[in-house]
Design a protein around this ligand. Sequence first.
Ligand code: HEM
Ligand code: NAG
Ligand code: NAG
Ligand code: NAG
Ligand code: NAG
Length: 331
Amino acid sequence: MKIMSMKKGYCLIMTTFMLFLVARSQLTTDFYKTTCPNLLGVVRKQMINAIKTEMRMAASLLRLHFHDCFVNGCDASILLDGTDSEKSAPPNQNSVRGYEVVDQIKSSVESSCSGVVSCADILAIAARDAVLLSGGPSWKVLLGRRDALLPATQSTVNGALPAPTEALDSIISKFDAVGLNLTDVVSLSGGHTIGLARCATFSNRLFDSNGTAAADSTMDASMASDLQSFCPVNGDGNRTTAIDRNSTDLFDSHYFQNLLNGKGLFSSDQILVSGDVAAVTTTKSLVQSYSNNFPLFSADFANSMIKMGNISPLTGSSGEIRKSCRSVNSS
Ligand code: HEM
Ligand SMILES: *[C@@H]1O[C@H](CO)[C@@H](O)[C@H](O)[C@H]1NC(C)=O
Ligand SMILES: *[C@@H]1O[C@H](CO)[C@@H](O)[C@H](O)[C@H]1NC(C)=O
Ligand SMILES: *[C@@H]1O[C@H](CO)[C@@H](O)[C@H](O)[C@H]1NC(C)=O
Ligand SMILES: *[C@@H]1O[C@H](CO)[C@@H](O)[C@H](O)[C@H]1NC(C)=O
């Protein structure tokens, strides 16, 4: 009896310890300290170049890391080329951009330290630099991720990424599925303080199914009429407009002020304050706090980005360090 309960206690302690090890990320900030000491400087330099050429690239690289991490974890699976690849799934195709910049960073990293830095880590560093170079917070990026050997299937992509038309409860469950809570939903939605969106992603809020102008009642009327002219029915669904209409290139609190004024672009933005589920009490109060407290938004955003960057990384001998971010290494 006594031995049994001791065994049980021992098992419980071991299980708890093992769960702790699993839950605790194996990533570290100094992972490349000896193998690629200049890594952060090399990535920063390439990000500055890319943004000098096109400011929007900051937004595009931030989004690339998000779309990588939510689908099978932060494993650079989104970067793999090929038919039926993850990047050709509907939420990514003709939408996610910045792949050429990643190639440029990777080649620059390879020339100073060949074969040691993963594409997944490059995405995490580039996303941090993108935010910092847009006027947002910085944070210490955890490193040591390895690259996937396979892209995720298209149905995995569709199941994991929230759509701009999705209900609040459903968005919350998709965040919950990767270990992110309500604070993360709201702070990370603040990524929409930079970047552009195509008419096709929000025109559902502007017109009836028969094409009659009929704006979503939660959208500010003058913004709705601007957008109805900018994105006419049968117009170019790929035409782009600012997500944060006050300061498109600046990482600031305007996104949240906009929501309080009915000026969120996507339905998934506006429902953080006008959704009709219980959770909206919490999301709305976070929107209010962030709208007039940039330091709070910055601190929460940085914390949430670190959490997002910790989603199911491949470590140890799982996966590989890709030579080209677009294809797995040939054996
Ligand atoms: C809450 C769920 C989210 C939904 C439904 C959503 C949806 C979208 C959509 C539809 C677009 C426009 C795509 C296009 O025009 O083709 C977009 C753009 C963008 N999203 Fe999100 N998003 C979400 C969360 C996030 C998160 C967590 C981040 C980063 C932390 C983020 C960062 C961005 C950025 C920066 C852009 C602009 C990209 C560019 O200009 O290239 N989004 N998002
Ligand atoms: C979400 O998690 C963070 C820790 O990462 C915590 O500080 C915050 O209070 C949590 N938010 C909610 C709404 O539970
Ligand atoms: C379009 O449909 C709406 C209802 O969804 C209706 O009120 C409106 O009259 C219709 N317009 C036309 C031109 O058919
Ligand atoms: C956007 O452009 C792509 C590539 O040129 C094209 O295949 C797609 O049909 C366009 N989408 C819309 C909504 O117009
Ligand atoms: C955002 O822009 C609109 C239109 O230009 C302006 O009316 C509003 O005051 C601006 N809001 C802030 C907070 O700057």
